[in-house]
Design a protein around this ligand. Structure first.
Ligand code: UD1
Length: 342
């Protein structure tokens, strides 16, 4: 049974990945500072898998505390590093907070990988590194474009830090997963996305509007060069995304001789506009979403969707869940949250 350290394991993508790891027989140790998640998530995970993962509340920027985790749980073979701040707008206002948190934590992990016998890293990157790609669907060898925000820049710099570190220390290996737009929740509705305050991302804003917490969804721009004028993204179900992490860990552990860092796009290969997502949500749930068209949001790209062929072939992974099915899980999760609020 492989022992896997998951940083940010009580977060949105982290918690879904912990479930898939446990379902595949891995022993999971979560570290999280709970800055954007809660201990309740551990109960949610346990209710799905029948097992509560080991948990250490700590900040990955605290090198000493992180080092102690490796001592307490000897034999960690791989690390999945989710722990990071991810709000684009906030990063513009607090760039140092983003650079410090997202990069110092990574530096600590890479240093400890060199010192401990944990040589394998799966890193959470983002399609944001491509900016507005010149060619769509975007492949992994598309050029990295200047970042639109400090958040995006932390992902670009992190990829470079990983590349340089692994080049210098051939014992270390990494798979960097470039996520497109993760949405939805576990079908059990026991875990899901827990936005802090007003959601920035589209789907939690949609579900909160549908349930009546928000009055109206603002569609950011209808004058893009797209068929209906709204911006296009590649929405991928969070459970499909989580499964790719298990395959990435297996790939690292199986191929002990393969060196270096690999990059994979995790998307469906299908782009959907904001208006198409709203239609799909209404069709899937039979609930109307009050909306209004407003100006474009600063920093948004017009359209981006993935070419997932490399992940399909090399990881043996494919996102197969339909848009309506993934949106249904987002809605079930919002209703479960509402039931708790009452
Ligand atoms: C962006 C980044 C992504 C990053 C994520 C972190 C890109 C292409 N994507 O996602 O890498 O991980 O932020 O949060 O840079 N929208 C509305 N109304 C809303 C909210 C969103 O119309 O209230 C629209 C946006 O303009 C966009 C789409 O919905 O076209 C998706 O937005 P969002 O969910 O925020 O994700 P991205 O901005 O694509």
């Amino acid at each position: 049974m492989s022992k896997i350290l998951v940083t940010g394991g009580t977060g949105y993508i982290g918690s879904h990945t912990v479930v898939e790891l446990q379902n595949n027989g891995c022993e999971v140790i979560i570290v999280d500072n709970l800055s954007n998640s809660s201990m309740d998530v551990l109960e949610g995970i346990a209710s799905i898998t029948g097992k509560k993962p080991a948990f250490e509340k700590l900040d990955c920027c605290d090198r000493k505390a992180l080092a102690e985790v490796f001592k307490k749980y000897p034999g960690i073979e791989a690390i999945i590093h989710f722990a990071a701040y991810k709000a684009v707008g906030e990063s513009v206002e607090k760039p140092l907070m983003y650079y410090k948190n997202n990069l110092v934590s990574l530096l600590n992990i890479l240093e400890l990988m060199g010192e401990e016998n944990a040589r394998n890293l799966v890193f959470s990157s983002s399609c944001t590194v491509y900016g507005q790609p010149d060619v769509l669907p975007v492949t992994e060898d598309a050029p990295v474009k200047p970042a639109n925000s400090p958040y995006g820049n932390t992902k670009q710099i992190a990829e470079e830090i990983i590349r340089d570190t692994i080049h210098a220390d051939r014992r270390l290996k990494c798979i960097a997963l470039r996520y497109f737009n993760p949405v939805g929740a576990h079908p059990s509705a026991a875990i899901g996305e827990l936005p802090n305050g007003t959601p920035n991302n589209l789907i939690p804003f949609v579900t909160q509007t549908a349930i009546g917490i928000r009055e109206c969804l603002r569609v950011f721009g209808d004058d893009y060069n797209t068929p209906d004028g709204s911006a296009i993204r590649d929405y991928i179900w969070v459970v499909d995304l989580a499964k790719a992490h298990v395959l990435a860990v297996e790939r690292l552990l199986k191929n002990r001789n393969r060196q270096g860092v690999e990059f994979f796009n995790l998307g469906t290969g299908k782009g959907l506009s904001v208006l198409e997502i709203l239609d799909a949500f209404e069709k899937a749930t039979k609930v109307k979403v009050n909306r209004t068209i407003v100006a474009r949001r600063e920093g948004d790209v017009e359209k981006v969707w993935a070419e997932p062929a490399f992940a399909n072939k090399e990881l043996g992974w494919k996102a197969e869940t339909s848009t309506e099915d993934m949106l249904k899980t987002a809605w079930e999760w919002e209703k479960a949250l509402e039931a708790k609020r009452r």
